[in-house]
Design a binder for this molecule. Structure first.
Ligand SMILES: [Zn+2]
Length: 64
């Protein structure tokens, strides 16, 4: 089995991640409230995703 000879340093991993995160600039519009949100993610404004209301985690903990 081929294995890397040395572990990547923390700075090397951080440099790679920092450049890849800059490429993520996708934005979609929420069909419920027309606000800008990241795609494939629940809307942070109205908590809707694919037409369904997603209940926030904070409210579920209060019921218990
Ligand atoms: Zn929304």
């Amino acid at each position: 089995m081929a294995n890397p000879k040395r572990k990547h340093s923390k700075s090397r991993t951080a440099k790679r991640r920092s450049t890849k995160k800059l490429k993520i600039q996708n934005l979609s519009v929420c069909p419920n409230c027309n606000s800008i949100k990241p795609p494939h993610v629940m809307c942070p404004v109205c908590h809707y995703y694919k037409g369904n209301l997603v209940i926030p985690v904070k409210e579920k903990s209060k019921e218990k």
